[in-house]
Design a protein around this ligand. Structure first.
Ligand code: NAG
Ligand code: NAG
Ligand code: NAG
Length: 274
């Protein structure tokens, strides 16, 4: 396995070779230099860095393992509502053992590692904290969409457990999903970056559009691969794409890197569908 930064560099490259993608910088050498010099473990402690085992150095997930746990812990404290029933419903998928694969925070923090520039420790530290906020917000939006999805599909299981609808009924499940969206957007507003809020709003709009495309599908559309890909993109990939771009925006990256961060996920989408 490749270190996280290299893994993502590979994904970014693959995205950039897709026909719709903008061209890579002409000088590929400088791109290589940019990513390898900007890839580093997010520990300012040289001795603990030196103590990373060879296996950890090769495992991208080891680079961000602690931060993903920190995001998970913070999420539990962020979904506390005034009404206890709402707190337990909204926290249902954040409790220990119910977190799932935590794909959103993992992908986003790896993206952040891949494109972070170490300008100065203080600045880097500040944007790293903000990257973690984007990971939390994205996970809340994702969980909210799963909860609403299960109400719409009348699903009785999710992540190997009873669905929230099954456990608390659909009214509380709908409200818990709404509450998570509200928490996500109040956290997004506190990032004080309107472009990031707008990207996240686009992602939620896409989720709803994808859901409606699925609900209102005609027999002709059912046979259309384009329709299927568009619907699947809205329902599953658009959130990560927009959040990856938000990470690049927060890092102060150029428009070109922002576009690549957005598109790396179209590669993920293609590979999921093959
Ligand atoms: C660095 O990490 C080592 C081992 O975890 C620890 O003993 C040491 O106190 C740390 N140094 C700093 C400056 O945090
Ligand atoms: C930023 O630095 C402070 C003080 O060194 C530390 O307590 C904090 O955990 C760091 N934040 C991140 C996200 O690394
Ligand atoms: C969802 O909740 C409603 C009650 O609000 C219930 O009638 C329905 O059976 C539940 N669906 C599932 C799949 O558990």
């Amino acid at each position: 396995m490749l270190p996280g930064c290299l893994l993502l560099t590979g994904l970014l490259r693959s995205a950039s070779t897709a026909s719709s993608a903008p061209r890579m910088p002409k000088n590929m050498g400088s791109w290589d230099k940019f990513t390898s010099s900007s890839c580093y473990s997010h520990s300012n402690n040289a001795s603990s860095k030196a103590r990373l085992t060879a296996k950890e150095q090769l495992d991208p997930l080891a680079l961000i393992k602690d931060e993903v746990s920190e995001v998970t812990d913070r999420l539990r404290s962020m979904v506390v509502a005034e009404v206890p029933e709402l707190t337990s419903a909204a926290g249902y998928f954040f409790s220990a053992g119910a977190e799932g694969k935590r794909t959103c925070p993992t992908v986003l923090l790896l993206m952040a590692s891949a494109i972070s520039m170490k300008i100065s420790d203080g600045l880097e530290n500040r944007s790293r904290a903000r990257h973690m906020r984007v990971a939390e917000i994205t996970e809340m939006i994702h969980i909210s969409s799963l909860i609403h999805d299960d109400v719409l599909d009348d699903a009785d299981t999710r992540r190997g457990m009873d669905s929230l609808n099954f456990t608390v009924g659909k009214k509380l499940a709908v409200l818990a999903g709404d509450f998570l969206l509200f928490r996500a957007f109040s956290a997004a507003v506190s990032l004080d970056n309107t472009e990031v809020v707008s990207l996240l709003a686009t992602a939620v709009n896409n989720l709803v559009t994808g859901e409606l495309m699925q609900m209102s599908i005609t027999p002709a559309q059912r046979c259309s691969m384009d329709y299927y890909l568009q619907k699947t993109y809205y329902k599953t990939a658009a959130l990560i794409s927009n959040s990856c771009k938000a990470i690049a925006v927060i890092t102060g990256q150029t428009a070109e890197i922002q576009a690549l961060a957005y598109q790396h996920n179209s590669f993920t989408r293609q590979s999921l569908l093959v």
